[in-house]
Write a protein that binds this ligand. Sequence first.
Ligand SMILES: [Zn+2]
Ligand SMILES: [Zn+2]
Length: 388
Amino acid sequence: MKKEEFSQYEEEVIRLRRHFHQYPELALQEFKTSALIQEYLEKLGYQIRHVPPTGLIAEHPCMQNREKLVVLRAEMDALPVQECTGLPYASRHNGCMHACGHDGILASALTLAKILAQEKDFPVAVRFLFEPAEEIGEGTVRMLAAGALDKADGGKADGFFMFHYACDQPLGMAVHKGQASAMIAKMEILVKGRSSHWCQAEKGIDSIYAAALAAGKVHEISHAYVGKGPHVAGIGTIHGGEYPNIISDQVKMVGNIRACYEEDFEQIKKALKQAFEEIENTTGAQVCLSFPKDPVMPFANDPVLTSIAARTGQEIFGSHFLLEGEDELFLTGDNAYRYYQETKGLFCVFLAAVPGEEHPFHHPKFQIDERILLPSVQALYQIMREYA
Ligand SMILES: [Zn+2]
Ligand SMILES: [Zn+2]
């Protein structure tokens, strides 16, 4: 399709986005969202596979028999946030809001699906994933278990595409060269001492003192460690102690380590373990570091897809296309790393700040500039076509 022809879809992509925005649904409860997507796509001739409870995988029969298959992921869930934008199409569901831009992602994915359904000679097959529960980290595993990346011949899809809208910069596009997401590991620090009345302090082991030393070390190591890429370690909660005149026998601290590269995570972990051992030797308390869940792993954009995205981005957005290094990487993670573990991936960030309303993700006033929607559809279309 020619550039000029995209404009005929502008009204529709905005209408769809506003609809999703007005009727947000929380993770794993995206039933109406899912039903609407299914109805829209079936009318266009797509075949739908369900991924219970609300996920969908859609493919068009006219796109079979292509050499390459690319997969596009669109997230469906909203957040338990009370919207305060005052927009005429604000959420009609109390305490629930599309405050992460998934409304725009859904609208753009459907618009792209519509364009491709009419384009019988598009050179690659495109499969659409409508993924539930991204915000609670549960959707990706379900989609993959349902064969989201599997090809009929037993191989894996040739490319995985994901995209997001970011609202800190005016209209444009950004792609990370190399690392595109961080590793995140939740850490628990359990400090065990021995309780005693403070009048017999020599009989006790003060877990609060040991915990304070440990918290100090987390901060110190996070700042002093020089790694391959950006990183941080920090504590978010601390709980301990029962009574003012009793030496506390236990403190629990929970926080996280975030790093662009796994090796930095490993080094920080090692430094913390060493520091905690020293605290154990000097205080007599036990300081145990543990990671209760599997970490979210980092992922990196494929170099071939990145260079196609850079060419396309410059063509559509001019100087508002940014090829970003790891210094610009947010230390956020995404379960989409699981897709990247199975095939080559590309993460496109479309910049969509509304001037004067640059609120962070998940904020009750989060907004996206709708003028980004159609160019983002065009960019994805062109990258996919060139990847053929
Ligand atoms: Zn998302
Ligand atoms: Zn989010």
